[in-house]
Design a protein around this ligand. Structure first.
Ligand code: TPP
Length: 928
């Protein structure tokens, strides 16, 4: 029990503080307020009443002893609210001292046998060497290849404890943990696979030489984790900073989604992510932290390698990145574990009775810690321990050599194990481990803690020899000179331990497994009859898509695999009916009565809900999509995600995440809704998309379409499902749909192949004088242009619907190349379709002209393109199409210019233009 009542003491203290200024109010000697932006922990607090402080601390200790931590926590929160009520404007800084969260006394024993620690340290040393040798060798041979040594050097121990004790592989009855590896630590992961016998010496010798290696029959090793290039090895591409962290969070959440929906057996799997402290500056890295805690993702562990440096210099030279991250993650509700100092610091802390050591660590900013890392024991004695007599006394118990070897927490296997163990067992929240390391650890004077260490890929002979000695590697000078890889004999203690640990954890990681499971695709008529036989019924392609998806969701086999994803636009796209039909996923179910309960469109959240409603986060929604689109490999469970979004906020906004999904062999549908530059009238600039199809065309495994009609859309979705679910092809589809209502024709017989290959004739003509190619929403304008040409100018026309310029262009490129390489090849599809006629061809797209321009080389006649280059703006569709010169009249006029070329004068053409009410003197749309 508290002797005099701690609260009474507290209030007494506040009263006294009025005259004695007990609170650490930051005034400078001349009375001016100090810069309040200085973090509290970096300000040295002067204790003006040491006896009183001691009484308070004794009171807390006696509560702890007598009533335990629960009671102590309660009293502290009461104190905190009392302080608030008294107007102290005080809040817990959310920063704990710059020491380990886990006390030495609370560390669990190190598992794996009595010699485990020693063996694992030796294994880590071998890995460090092989990783280093791989990079240095590659760069000796080809100076341009690049690579990184320093990052893995700092992270090796963090990885090793994971590999030896935590990262579980996929087995027959356990689906395995998922690990997001820091990309530029890849050499270390390859080095481990080499010891494990999964990669050979020749593979290591071809690090970053994928092309050459293949030609020699070896596995080339990609620079960063890359499931496209190493599909049996890497699971997740993390090379672009920030993508790993956000993807890991949504992956952990998608795992829960599958479990809650009863599709995946609930297993105690974990998602681990090892990331850099510099990487945490990327907006994506921190963007989804609150989602992870809100959803109580205790299946998620982040390990942040706080080597305090990024590429150019310190991450936070003038502060503590660890403390900053502690505040951010802690504030977001994560369990935070600081792993800062190795075991050899424990006796020093034990001797630190006055608290000077902790105080000094609290005040030493990261830039200085980096300098300490880069210097030897003598320097550290003088500049760190030399700060005051108390520190000097602590330092005096160590030799310079021992000071030099004092480990940071992230290099101490025992401490790392304790942190991982705590994270592994933590319930109710995700955990982040902030592990302090030295960048370039062990690279000696050449690299450890140096400003330039990130890009170092060559080491001098002396440095290599020093590295060997430091890590006690059994290599001769000659072997060091030759940069020989080192692999102990299979029956050595190290190798037996390494293999035994992996066997105990179920096998090797990383490993990407595909089972070839297929999902039967329902016949087209079962879900899209309304589109195939539309018979002139009015609807937009968005409506058609949502209706098809609603039908697919009802399919007995496929239905449960469909994952509708939105970023707060379900109502915009007419999907509200799905709320009731399949529910919105929520890990908590629905804890409230929705305002619209009883309505057929009621907002229904459910634990087994199927829709992923990601709120206003396109980055989050695409991360969910990627998790679903790669579920066939990650969980052996094929899913079919449809992520429907404003098309402008796709490739333009989160293009790099789409690229990562492509790397990862995603399979699913991205639906760019309200697409086109002129179709989304009114919304204006940021919403009007004229470029997504251009970008989509650059992603090799992305198949993109811009359909005009519901039946085209139906055929495209059907083919996509066949390729992705039935034939297991690693492609994904990007389809644009619009919100413009149109009379939808029925599907003409025999048009399937043309729709899929990129163009089909929708209005054939006898010996046409001009051929018109219309795409997506502008096919309607193209048809109207044909009517004008035929009706007013008696020009014979033929109209084609171009469903995909990019598919036509890809086909053209492939045919052209095949011929150049002396292989037999048919003509490109577009060439075949347009045939021998030399009547001009006019193409029109609601995207920039570069899109229709992409097929110019394969069009066997004079070719003119119309598109929507320039900024979007708000107005009606009619006004926009006139502005961008893509409406029926402008298309007709462009056609007449070709038909009348050499036959009519400029003056006569002006007369025609004025008859069509066209302003030939208006400025270029892209100049406005
Ligand atoms: C989006 C993106 N921007 C820049 C880079 C280039 N890059 C690779 S590693 C790196 C520094 C990483 O620093 P940190 O995260 O602290 O990791 P460390 O190497 O220090 O462990 C940079 C800038 C990248 N890969 N991705």
């Amino acid at each position: 029990m508290l002797p005099d009542g701690i609260l009474a003491k507290f209030f007494g203290s506040i009263c006294r503080s009025k005259c004695r200024n007990v609170m650490p109010i930051p005034f400078t000697p001349d009375g001016l307020r100090m810069d309040m932006s200085t973090p509290d922990h970096l300000v040295r607090h002067i204790d003006t009443d040491e006896q009183e402080t001691a009484e308070w601390l004794a009171a807390l200790n006696s509560v702890l002893e007598a009533a335990g931590p629960e009671r102590a926590r309660f009293l502290l929160s009461r104190l905190s609210s009392a302080a608030r009520e008294a107007g102290l404007n005080w809040r817990d800084a959310r920063i704990t001292p710059y020491v380990n969260t886990i006390r030495a006394a609370d560390e669990p024993p190190y598992p794996g046998g009595s010699d485990a620690l020693e063996l694992e340290e030796r294994i880590a040393s071998i890995l460090r060497w092989n990783a280093l040798a791989m990079v240095v060798r590659a760069n000796r041979a080809h100076g341009e290849l690049g690579g990184h040594i320093a990052s893995y050097a700092s992270a090796a121990d963090l990885f090793e404890v994971g590999f030896n004790h935590f990262f579980r592989a996929r087995t027959v009855d356990f689906l395995g943990d998922l690990i997001y590896f820091q990309p530029h630590s890849a050499p270390g992961i390859y080095a481990r696979a080499f010891l494990e016998g999964r990669l050979g010496e020749n593979d290591l010798a071809h690090y970053r030489q994928e092309i050459r290696a293949k030609s020699l029959g070896h596995q080339g090793l990609s620079s960063y984790p890359h499931p496209w290039l190493m599909p049996d090895f890497w699971q997740f591409p993390t090379g672009s900073m920030g993508i790993g962290p956000i993807s890991a969070i949504y992956q952990a959440r998608f795992m829960r989604y599958l479990e809650h929906r009863g599709l995946l057996q609930a297993q105690p799997r974990k998602v681990w992510g090892v990331f850099g402290d510099g990487e945490m500056d990327e907006p994506e890295s921190l963007a989804a932290l609150s989602l992870a805690s809100r959803e109580k993702l205790d299946n998620l562990v982040f390990v942040i390698n706080c080597n305090l440096q990024r590429l150019d210099g310190p991450v936070r030279g003038n502060g503590h990145i660890v403390d900053e991250l502690e505040t951010i993650f802690g504030g977001a509700g994560w369990n935070v574990i600081k792993l800062l100092w190795g075991s050899d610091w424990d006796p020093l802390f034990a001797r630190d009775l006055s608290g000077e050591l902790v105080d000094a660590l609290n005040r030493t900013v990261d830039g200085q810690l980096q300098t300490f890392a880069a210097h030897d024991g003598a320097f550290n004695r003088e500049h760190f321990f030399g700060q005051n007599p108390a520190l000097q006394a602590i330092g005096a118990t160590l030799t310079d050599e021992e000071i030099d070897r004092l480990k940071r927490g992230g290099h101490d296997l025992r401490k790392i194990f304790a942190a991982y163990h705590a994270a592994h067992h933590h319930c109710g929240a995700p955990t982040v481990i902030l592990a302090q390391t030295k960048k370039g650890f062990g690279m000696g004077a050449a690299g450890q803690g140096k400003m330039t260490t990130h890009q170092q890929k060559k080491l001098e002979r002396e440095d290599l020899l020093e590295f060997r000695d430091r890590f006690r590697l059994p290599l001769s000078d000659e072997q060091v000179d030759q940069l020989e890889f080192w692999k102990p004999a299979p029956d050595s203690a190290e190798m037996r331990h390494l293999q035994a640990r992996r066997a105990a954890l179920g096998g090797y990681v990383p490993q990407r497994v595909t089972t070839g499971t297929t999902v039967p695709v329902p016949a087209l008529v079962t879900h899209a009859q309304f589109a195939l036989e539309a018979g002139g019924k009015e609807m937009s392609t968005t409506m058609a898509l949502v209706r098809m998806m609603g039908n697919l969701l009802k399919d007995a086999h496929l239905g449960k695999h469909v994952v509708p994803i939105v970023a707060d636009e379900a109502r915009t796209f007419g999907m509200a009916n799905l709320f009731r039909q399949v529910g919105i996923y929520s890990a908590q179910g629905q804890l409230y009565e929705p305002e619209d309960i009883g309505s057929i469109l009621a907002y229904r959240e459910a634990k087994d809900g199927q829709i992923l409603e990601e709120g206003i986060s396109e980055a989050g929604a695409i991360s969910s999509w990627t998790a679903a689109a790669t579920s066939y490999a990650v969980h052996g469970l094929p899913m079919l995600p449809f992520y429907i979004y404003y098309s402008m906020f796709g490739f333009q906004r989160i293009g790099d995440l789409i690229w990562a999904a492509a790397d990862q062999r995603a399979r699913g549908f991205l639906i760019g809704a309200t697409s086109g530059r002129t179709t989304l009238g009114g919304e204006g600039l940021q919403h009007q998309d004229g470029s997504s199809l251009l970008t989509a065309a650059t992603v090799p495994n992305c198949v993109s379409y811009d359909p005009a009609y519901a039946y085209e859309l139906a055929v495209i979705v059907d083919e996509g499902m066949q390729r992705m679910l039935a034939r297991n092809e690693d492609v994904f589809y990007y389809i644009t749909v619009t919100n413009e209502n149109e009379a939808q024709p029925s599907m003409p017989v025999g048009s399937r192949e043309g729709i899929l290959r990129g163009m089909h004739c929708v209005s054939p003509g006898e010996q046409p004088e001009v051929r018109l190619l219309g795409a997506g929403p502008l096919l309607k304008e193209t048809m109207a242009a044909a009517d004008l040409l035929e009706g007013i100018f008696s020009v014979r026309t033929e109209v084609w619907s171009v469903t995909s310029f990019s598919e036509l262009a890809r086909d053209g490129i492939a045919c052209e190349r095949a011929r150049r390489l002396q292989h037999a090849s048919p003509d490109p599809w577009v060439t075949q379709q347009l045939g021998a006629s030399d009547s001009p061809v006019i193409a029109v797209s609601d995207y920039v002209r570069a899109v229709p321009e992409s097929i110019r080389a394969y069009v066997p006649a004079h070719y003119v393109t119309l598109g929507t280059d320039g900024f979007g703006r708000s107005d009606t569709r009619a006004a926009l199409r006139d502005f961008f010169e893509v409406n029926a009249k402008w298309i007709a006029y462009a056609a007449l210019c070709e038909v009348y070329a050499g036959k009519k004068t400029a003056a006569e053409m002006r007369v025609i233009a004025s008859r069509l009410e066209l302003d030939l003197d208006k400025p270029l749309s892209s100049s406005l």
